[in-house]
Design a protein around this ligand. Structure first.
Ligand code: ZN
Ligand code: ZN
Length: 150
């Protein structure tokens, strides 16, 4: 399997592949997040509880932590906003984040710039990745702002 193959394995297989025990909260968290990318830990906790019933918020936080550590989830931390999680870990795509509400979307193609920024001088660092966050206002916040201004 290489990275370009679309991932067809389910959450249980993914957990086993990285040596994690398969538990209902873990499977449900991965499954729910695959349909709700860029969700905050609180949103994930709500979503998982809606499916599983009694799961503590702390238990969901623990699942997010361990899955991120094992590379099953990617954690995005826009400055000044709660961290968000997604299951799309195979590439290093970039994000656009709303300054007001924190809504986060994928940016697949960066026009006019190499997304793998080429550093002429990295002060001796061996650079193996980059993370670009574009900031702006989402459509809903733009609309709300316009109606306030009017
Ligand atoms: Zn917004
Ligand atoms: Zn993303």
């Amino acid at each position: 399997m290489n990275d370009r193959t679309p991932r067809r394995t389910g959450p249980a297989e993914q957990l086993r592949a990285v040596g994690l025990r398969v538990t209902a909260p873990r499977v449900t968290t991965l499954d729910w997040l695959s349909g709700h990318p860029h969700s905050t830990a609180d949103q994930v906790a709500d979503g998982v509880r809606a499916r599983l019933g009694s799961v503590s918020t702390q238990a969901v936080y623990d699942v997010l932590h361990v899955c991120t550590q094992h590379g099953l989830l990617r954690r995005i931390e826009p400055a000044g906003h709660p961290a968000r999680y997604e299951t799309r870990t195979a590439d290093q795509h970039h994000h656009v984040v709303c300054r007001l509400c924190g809504r986060t979307e994928d940016v697949d193609d960066v026009v006019g710039a190499d997304p793998c920024l080429d550093l002429p001088d990295a002060s001796g660092f061996v650079v193996d990745g980059s993370e670009v966050v574009f900031w702006g206002l989402c459509p809903a916040c733009t609309e709300a702002k316009d109606s306030v201004d009017a």
